[in-house]
Design a protein around this ligand. Structure first.
Ligand code: IPM
Ligand code: MG
Length: 403
C-alpha cells in the first residue's frame, strides 16, 4: 500500500470537506425570496438546450408567450433568449455551463430550461458535468418539486427531491484512488435536509394534506440517510396535524405501483438520487417522462424544466419533431404558478389533461405514428382559451373516475 496514494487521496478529501463546511456556512445565512407581485419586470430566461431540447422548448415558449402577451405588452414580463447552453458550446469551453452563459442566467429571475445532453465516458463529448446538476448547484436550487397527477386514478403526488446534496453534489468530485479503487461521496447536511423537508411540510399544510412520507434507506445508509430521516422527524414535531411516515426506497418503488396502496401517498420528500429514480417511475405512470415537468426552486432564482434528458436517440433516428413537448409545457405552467399567475397555469394544466387524457383527438407517440410537437402544441392552444375548458375538464374527470 503506497503511503503516497493515501496522502494524495487524503488531500483531496480535505478539500472536499472544507468546501462542504463552507457551503454549510452559506446555508446558515438568512435570505429572502423575491416578491414577484411587486417585481417589475420579471425576467424570464429561456435556455434552449440541445437534442430534442431546442425543439420542445420552442413549443413551450410559444405557449408561455401566448398566455403572457398582455403582461409582456405592459412591461411586467420580459423574455430573455439565452443561447450557449448547447452541448457543442459546453464542450468547446469544457464547462458544464460556460461563464458568459451563467452570467446571462443569473441576470434573470426565473428560467425555463430545455433538456441538455449529459456526456458520459466513451461518447464523443468531453466528460464534463451535467448542465442540470451544475445549474442546480451554482444557483443553489435546493428543491426539486415534481408533481405527478392521474386524477381518474385518485393519484395526486408531489415529490420534494433534495437537489443540491446526496450522491449528486460530489458526483464529479469522486476519484480513482488507485488503479483498482474508485470512491464517490454522498453528502447530507442538517441545513440542506431541513430546508427541503420544511418545504414539503409547508406544502402539506397549505394544501390540507395530513401526511408526509420521507423516503430513505436509513437502515443501511446509516449516516447520511440517517441524518435525513432524523431531521424529518425533528421537523415533523412542528406540524402536529401532519403525520410523518418513513419508507425505504426499495419497497417504495414497489408500493408506488401497488393499486391498493399508491393513493395513500401524497407528499414525498427524498434525498437527491432516490428522488431522481422514483420520479421517473411516477412520471411513467402518468403517461411517460415526456408528460412531467419539474421545478427547481432556490432562494434567489428558480428554474423549470422537463424531467427527462435530450433524447439523442430520437434525434439520431430523425424523430425529434415528434418529441412530446408536454413536459416543457407543464414546466411552463409551474413557472407561471411560481411567479403568481395561478389562473394561467391552471388553464394550461387543464388543457394538458383534456388533450392528453380525455379528448385525445391527437396522439403524440414520439414517432410518425403520431402528430408532431408543433401540431400538438396548436391543439393544446386551441383549448387554453376555450370557454368550455373547465366544463370539459370536469366532465373528463367524472367520466374517467366512473362517477
Ligand atoms: C433529472 C435528470 C438529471 C438528473 C440528469 C439529466 C443529469 O435525470 O432531472 O432527473 O439526474 O438529475
Ligand atoms: Mg432523472
Amino acid at each position: 500500500m503506497s503511503k503516497e496514494l493515501i496522502k494524495k487521496a487524503s488531500k483531496r478529501f480535505e478539500t472536499i470537506i472544507k468546501e462542504q463546511l463552507q457551503r454549510v456556512e452559506e446555508m446558515k445565512k438568512p435570505v429572502s425570496m423575491p416578491d414577484y407581485a411587486t417585481l417589475s419586470p420579471i425576467i424570464i430566461g429561456i435556455c434552449w438546450g440541445d437534442g430534442i431540447g431546442e425543439i420542445i422548448s420552442k413549443h413551450a415558449q410559444k405557449v408561455l408567450e401566448y398566455v403572457l402577451k398582455d403582461e409582456a405588452a405592459k412591461g411586467k414580463i420580459t423574455f430573455k433568449d439565452i443561447k450557449g447552453l448547447t452541448i457543442e458550446n459546453r464542450a468547446k469551453h469544457k464547462k458544464a455551463i460556460p461563464d458568459d452563459v451563467l452570467t446571462e442566467i443569473k441576470s434573470c429571475h426565473v428560467i425555463l430550461k430545455g433538456p441538455t445532453t449529459t456526456p458520459q465516458a466513451g461518447d464523443k463529448w468531453p466528460n464534463i458535468e451535467s448542465a442540470n446538476v451544475a445549474m442546480r448547484r451554482y444557483l443553489d436550487l435546493f428543491a426539486n418539486v415534481r408533481p405527478v397527477r392521474i386524477p381518474h386514478k385518485g393519484i395526486n403526488w408531489c415529490f420534494f427531491r433534495e437537489n443540491t446534496e446526496g450522491a449528486y453534489v460530489l458526483g464529479s468530485k469522486g476519484f480513482d484512488v488507485s488503479d483498482d479503487l474508485s470512491i464517490d461521496f454522498k453528502v447530507i447536511t442538517e441545513q440542506g435536509a431541513e430546508r427541503i423537508i420544511r418545504m414539503a411540510f409547508e406544502y402539506a399544510k397549505k394544501n390540507n394534506i395530513d401526511k408526509v412520507t420521507v423516503v430513505t434507506k436509513s437502515n443501511v445508509v446509516k449516516t447520511t440517510d440517517g441524518r435525513f430521516s432524523r431531521v424529518a422527524f425533528r421537523i415533523a414535531k412542528e406540524y402536529p396535524g401532519i403525520k410523518l411516515d418513513e419508507w425505504y426506497i426499495d419497497i417504495m418503488t414497489a408500493k408506488l405501483i401497488d393499486p391498493a396502496r399508491r393513493k395513500d401517498f401524497k407528499v414525498m420528500v427524498l434525498p437527491n438520487l432516490y428522488g431522481d429514480i422514483l420520479t421517473d417511475e411516477a412520471a411513467q405512470m402518468q403517461g411517460g417522462v415526456g408528460t412531467a415537468g419539474s421545478a427547481n426552486i432556490g432562494q434567489k432564482w428558480s428554474m423549470f424544466e422537463a424531467i427527462h434528458g435530450s433524447a439523442p436517440r430520437m434525434v439520431k433516428e430523425g424523430r425529434a419533431k415528434y418529441a412530446d413537448p408536454c413536459s416543457m409545457i407543464r414546466a411552463s405552467a409551474m413557472l407561471l404558478r411560481h411567479i403568481g399567475f395561478n389562473k394561467k397555469a391552471q388553464k394550461i394544466e387543464m388543457a394538458l389533461d383534456v388533450c392528453g387524457q380525455f379528448e385525445k383527438k391527437m396522439a403524440i407517440t414520439g414517432r410518425d405514428t403520431g402528430v408532431t410537437g408543433e401540431e400538438y402544441t396548436a391543439y393544446l392552444l386551441s383549448w387554453v382559451d376555450n370557454p368550455g375548458l373547465k366544463a370539459r375538464w370536469e366532465q373528463g374527470i367524472k367520466a374517467a373516475s366512473g362517477a
